[in-house]
Design a protein. Structure first.
Length: 200
């Protein structure tokens, strides 16, 4: 091949390479715009997905908290229901216990065989221990401040001292509660103080 022919072949190759370089530069700006647009779209999708994930995560956390609160409420309701049922069953034994106490009181005043008296006292103690085993607490004693939530006032009676006013003067029958719930109020007579005519 001749040098002229070599030069002619190289010229179109150089022109083509020069054209490719200038075309590539023009296309590079377009690709860069496309890449930037794609990056922005992916960032937006990532932000949307992150926001949805946070929302779902928050909803899941709220659902867990609600479930725990529901479980706690259910446990409390179940315990209260058991407490009420236990109280209803045991409340049927209150009157027999009070009758036993009245009998013991009458027997102590009369001269009865001490062995019989001791036997009845053991029966009374067994009743009370059984109640305690079921979670019942007995309340209502002379001198307690009258509380309408815990006491049933049968009547009032005069008392000699002002400090006894509004206090339990006599207990007709004891009250019982399970925890803070009153199963049966104590039946009591409440002291009422009236100042003598000269002190008023």
């Amino acid at each position: 091949m001749s040098d002229d022919q070599n030069q002619e072949e190289q010229a179109p190759v150089e022109d083509a390479e020069a054209g490719q370089d200038s075309g590539y530069d023009d296309g590079g700006a377009g690709v860069e715009v496309l890449v930037d647009a794609r990056v922005e779209e992916l960032e937006r999708q990532l932000n949307d997905t992150t926001a949805r994930l946070r929302a779902v995560s928050g909803a899941y956390k709220n659902a867990q908290e609600e479930m725990a609160a529901y479980k706690t409420r259910l446990e409390r309701q179940t315990a209260l229901k058991e407490e009420i049922q236990r109280g209803e069953v045991v409340s049927r034994l209150f009157e027999p216990l009070e009758n036993l106490r009245r009998t013991l009181s009458a027997m102590q005043r009369a001269e009865i065989d001490p062995t019989l008296l001791q036997g009845l006292e053991l029966v009374q103690r067994a009743f009370l221990e059984g109640f305690q085993g079921l979670g019942l607490q007995e309340f209502g004693a002379v001198g307690d401040a009258f509380n309408p939530d815990q006491h049933e006032a049968l009547t009032t009676m005069p008392v000699a001292e002002e400090r006894l006013d509004g206090r339990v003067a006599q207990v007709f029958s004891a009250g019982f509660r399970v925890g803070t719930r009153v199963i049966r109020p104590a039946r009591v007579i409440v002291g009422q103080y009236t100042a003598p005519a000269g002190e008023a």
